[in-house]
Design a protein around this ligand. Sequence first.
Ligand code: GDP
Ligand code: IMO
Ligand code: MG
Length: 427
Amino acid sequence: MPGIVIVGVQWGDEGKGKATDLLGERTDWVVKFNGGNNAGHTVVIGDEKYALHLLPSGILSPGVNPVIGNGVVIDLEVLFAELDALSARGIDVSKLRVSANAHIITQYHRTLDKVTERFLGKRQIGTTGRGIGPAYADKINRVGIRVQDLFDESILRQKVEGALEQKNHLLVKVFNRRGITCDEIVEDLLSYAERLRPMVCDTGLLLNKALDAGEVVVFEGGQATMLDIDHGTYPFVTSSSATAGGAATGSGVGPGRLDRIVGIVKAYTTRVGSGPFPTELFDEQGDWLRAAGFEFGTTTGRPRRVGWYDAPITRYATRINGITDLVLTKLDILTGLEKIPVCVAYDVNGERFDEVPVNQSDFHHATPILEHYAGWSEDISSARTFEDLPQTAQDYVLALEEMSGTRISVIGVGPGRDQVIVRHDLI
Ligand code: GDP
Ligand code: IMO
Ligand code: MG
């Protein structure tokens, strides 16, 4: 069972980093296949806490070979700052490999991200401001800069000039900002080239060879299903393929090699940024849930929007990704609630929808139809088997399993590496 994909089920921050870390000991390779430093993964190992953005979480496990795949967009300043910070804490980062085909985020992408958001006013997406959308837009427009371009100055210069031509018109005439010169961009990018060079290779070839040799490869998704460019709540999404299909295109491995698709889902729901969110709480219960779950962004520090578990979303994600196993995280956070509401369907202007409506405005107007499950008050953070959980917690998990149509293989009961209940091994 060598190819294992990890994807987020909801709107991100489900605990994907912890899940990847959990597999670390039995993993040979971890490849990040989408997104960039918009991701924020917190991993807790003993007393140490790590926040990863651009690097795959697998880098924290000594035996793992970390890879940044072709589907990723790379901010080089962030890449080296993260590598240096981890090295300073004693993590071996020397094995990192970077795809020659990955795209580069430049200063003009960051600037455009911020000014476009400001321009959108009330309609803004609430992006992380890291230049992710504009970098992917350039990739699709075929004016992107790729990692391999850094090693040929004249090609780099031509490409940057081409990319800047329209952007400077936009920046100066539409957004009233100063123009950006080709020289400043080229100089900045070249300043990283020599340090980057030894890491760069055909990562698709590397990963296929590893799979041929029977090694275990974990494909680590950033963001999540509902933020996916195709399947998410468009336009309130990120600009990459965060679903399981993206694991193949974003790493250069055929879809048939993805043996297991693991969906990470929180025992309630959170979202950062704008867009529909049917179970969102605006009252003091929401404040309680946010505080109890420490729901503040790892990347931007923004308070996350919070709400109850949404079963149709998990069913949707199961279909879109072909999820074989679910990891249910943060069950411990619900401790102390007398009743736990779960959204089982939606009401849209008097009509019942059992599945996520295909029409975006229906989803915007959806209100949750809730069922209530009995809560528990016992501390569950040291439970290590399913039977250690109070009966009501077991019943809650079994109800979610039944509604999602997929087995819940792992349950998170705390942020620590060992704070899990494994019902079915993922590898
Ligand atoms: P990611 O972006 O999906 O990797 O998730 P984040 O790291 O942004 O957010 C998940 C947060 O929940 C992190 O702070 C984790 O340490 C924490 N976490 C993960 N699993 C559990 C769990 O089962 N219980 C608790 N209490 N915290 C968890
Ligand atoms: P992880 O990997 C939660 C959200 C942003 C915004 C939208 C678009 O930690 O789960 P972008 O900067 O990507 O163009 O922003 O997507 N977003 C995330 N929300 N977790 C993330 O990553 C996210 N990455 C992007 O808040 O609404
Ligand atoms: Mg996160």
